[in-house]
Design a protein around this ligand. Structure first.
Ligand code: AMP
Length: 207
């Protein structure tokens, strides 16, 4: 099963991807995680994309498409995968459907206000990647591996606003495109990832 998770930054794509991986055993391909890994290792790609990501801009289509083409050829993708954060532009979406077939695009619908609130209160574990929301309860350490949680540089207020604007400027065209291809299924983002997952799961069990 090949799944695309589509939604604004902070809509919960990463959390949904992790829940799908747990139940369906499909690898999560997060372009954001791949790029952050390049930055951490200071590869050629990492050096190019670091400033772009820190400004909240999108990485050039050709670069991200190459990354995806390489990644989906790997052995663990034979039975399918979850694309989290790709495609983000119409160009990327068109290219994706040229190189492979996709079973479903799950659009996680959430308001701009909610997305901003969530992105700003997101913390991540730099060690295992678990995502936390600190809006209701201050959490400092990862409950899975004990590492100190961090805030991504691009989750800071000005950058978040820019990323959200960028997302909403592209999203309408992408939603239209996937609707036309009869691939789009919409779920409304609930208060907790587990609640949202009930709707996601229903869709996946029908495929
Ligand atoms: P994310 O973790 O998905 O929020 O991605 C973090 C950042 O990586 C984004 O703000 C972009 O700068 C970059 N990025 C991730 N995926 C893509 C993509 N499909 N196209 C262009 N840039 C991307």
């Amino acid at each position: 099963m090949k799944i695309v998770l589509f939604g604004a930054p902070g809509s919960g794509k990463g959390s949904q991807a992790k829940l799908i991986t747990k139940e369906f055993g499909l690898p999560q391909i997060s372009t954001g995680d791949i790029l952050r890994d390049h930055i951490q290792r200071q590869t050629n790609i990492g050096k190019i994309v670091e400033a772009i990501i820190n400004r909240g801009e999108l990485v050039p289509d050709e670069m991200i498409i190459d990354i995806i083409c390489d990644r989906i050829k790997k052995e663990d993708c034979k039975k399918g995968y979850i694309l989290d954060g790709f495609p983000r532009t119409l160009e990327q979406a068109k290219k994706l459907l040229e190189i492979t077939n996709i079973d479903v695009v799950i659009y996680i619908d959430v308001s701009i206000i909610e997305v901003e609130r969530r992105a700003l209160s997101r913390r991540i574990c730099p060690s295992c990647g678990k995502i936390f929301n600190i809006s209701k309860k201050i959490i400092e350490d990862c409950d899975e591996c004990g590492a100190k949680l961090i805030q991504r540089d691009d989750d800071k207020i000005d950058v978040v606003r820019h990323r959200i604007e960028k997302y909403f400027s592209q999203s309408e065209a992408l939603i239209k495109f996937f609707k036309k291809k009869k691939l789009l299924k919409t779920v409304f983002s609930a208060e907790s990832p587990e609640e949202t997952y009930k709707s996601v799961r229903k869709i996946l069990l029908k495929i």
